[in-house]
Design a protein around this ligand. Structure first.
Ligand code: FEO
Length: 398
């Protein structure tokens, strides 16, 4: 029998740490793993709030039985259909023939397509309530945070908000389970921002709508599907989501360069030193060939200044830089100051295409792009100095 983790009087919490998975959605690196949370409210009626990734914990279904102590499992509320939370549904349907799946129309479309579940469904509408006895759940639809079916449940009795992926993070939980048991920054905060920028950020406008919808709600505890439970200071994480979804950022610079023969790399270092000399204290330099997109997005969400540099490659940008710029347009990151630089050896193409990206993305360009033919010797760097002056002035005056 495992020791049960509780939140309040009748809410039980299963946190599964998965340190084996290397890539989230087969794309985003998980150097510290990831955790999946599932919650069970044991009341006159019993309701399970989401499951976990199939196979991530062989004892998961037994945990459900342990909490139930022989009672029927009346409901499984599905807030989000992605497989890291719906992986145990079929097993639970077998074990608990009385269980109904609670969700919305969009949930059931995916549920049917994945698991063939077309009965034992209980459809709920936005704002509807479900009484469990002592607890009453209110369903709050939060579409596109981060898939169309996403919803939250608010426990009217104790102010517990079950938020789906919102307020979640990458990274397993290293001991502490609640916000008051850990040092949130820098490790967990970084993993939460990386999750936000990689997974949720594209839907920032929908995050703002969700926050607006929840603005009148007294939230005592936030229970997300990944990471820490916020019982001490839920407003801290609501504040972070508000800030990130409004694209607010710190007065720092992310410099990302693509370089074949080190010419553009030298420009990047020269620019970074120049910014430091002019008082910018938060600077990150990334070689795009070495750093995964996940970490680039994380820094781009953190700092207001962005400097992108590319060599010319087949008369285009370097392919990895092209991929980054396409991703930035796709996710629609806003409110950034932009500086561009690059080099060429034969024909150009890198800076030309970066300039075209600048037009499309619509960020504030701090100065004309700096482009150098060949090695960036000292006598060729005047355009870099102008970029540095302009970026530093823009950031430090803000
Ligand atoms: Fe945690 Fe969108 O899955």
């Amino acid at each position: 029998m495992e020791k049960l983790q509780k939140i309040g009087d009748r809410i039980y919490w299963k946190c599964v740490n998965d340190r084996r998975k290397a890539l989230f959605e087969n794309m985003w690196p998980l150097p510290y793993g990831v955790s999946y949370n599932s919650y069970l409210i044991r009341d006159e009626k019993c309701a399970l709030m989401d499951t976990v990734e199939a196979g991530s914990d062989r004892g998961y279904a037994d945990w459900v039985d342990q909490v139930l102590e022989g009672r029927p499992l009346d409901y499984l509320v599905v807030h989000h259909m992605e497989l890291d939370h719906s992986g145990e549904i079929v097993e639970l349907l077998h074990r608990h023939p009385e269980m109904k799946i609670v969700g919305n129309q969009k949930t059931f479309k995916v549920l049917g397509a994945y698991f063939g579940c077309n009965d034992r469904l209980m459809e709920v509408k936005d704002g509807e309530t479900l009484s469990l006895g002592h607890h009453t759940l209110k369903f709050v639809f939060t579409p596109w945070v981060h898939w169309p079916e996403t919803m939250m449940s608010y426990d009217l009795t104790e102010g517990v908000l079950f938020t789906g992926d919102a307020f979640g993070m990458f990274g397993a939980l290293d001991g502490g389970r609640f916000d008051d048991q850990v040092e949130f920054a820098p490790h967990y905060e970084t993993e939460m921002r990386r999750y936000y920028s990689n997974i949720v950020g594209k839907y920032s406008a929908m995050v703002q709508k969700a926050l607006e919808k929840l603005s009148g709600v007294e939230v005592a505890t936030i229970c997300p599907l990944h990471g820490l439970v916020w019982r001490h200071n839920p407003s801290q994480v609501i504040g972070l989501y508000d800030r990130w979804s409004r694209y607010e950022a710190e007065a720092g610079v992310t410099i990302i360069y693509a370089s074949m023969y080190d010419n553009t790399a030298r420009m990047a270092d020269y620019i970074a030193c120049g910014l430091a000399d002019r008082g910018v204290r938060k600077i990150r330099v990334h070689d795009i060939s070495k750093t995964h997109l996940s970490y680039l997005l994380n820094d781009l969400w953190l700092y207001r200044g962005v400097m992108l540099g590319s060599c010319a490659y087949n008369m285009q940008m370097f392919p990895l830089m092209e991929n980054l710029t396409r991703e930035l347009e796709h996710i629609g990151l806003k409110n950034r100051y932009l500086g561009l630089f690059g080099t060429f050896s034969w024909n150009g193409g890198g800076v030309k295409n970066l300039n075209a990206f600048s037009e499309r993305i619509g960020w504030e360009s701090v100065a004309a792009a700096a482009e150098i033919h060949g090695v960036p010797h000292a006598e060729k760097r005047a355009s870099c100095d102008l970029l540095v002056e302009s970026m530093a002035a823009r950031l430090l005056q803000a």
